[in-house]
Design a protein around this ligand. Sequence first.
Ligand SMILES: [Fe+2]
Length: 103
Amino acid sequence: MPLMNWDSSLDVGVDKMNDEHQQILSLMNHIYDAREAVRSGPDVIALVDRLGQVTIDHFRDEEAYMELIGYAGIASHKLIHKDLLDKFTGYASDIKGSGGQVP
Ligand SMILES: [Fe+2]
């Protein structure tokens, strides 16, 4: 059972952002499935690495889009992205350090 499914309530009205959000959710669900199945190892680490890269790319794209449309909240949103990436880096480091076990 997935952690979270994408549905129309998550539609931000921009196809590229919706696609990227769906990619992120899919990877999160795969990692969640691994945790539920008590799976670990290189495959799980690869999923975590992929999630990190997709998220970094997404935040870059999202910030570029916010610049493009002159979004007033861009500065605070960038801080949210930075905070999330910092937290993700910590979680990813823990998972890699334990051989791919998702706590
Ligand atoms: Fe986003």
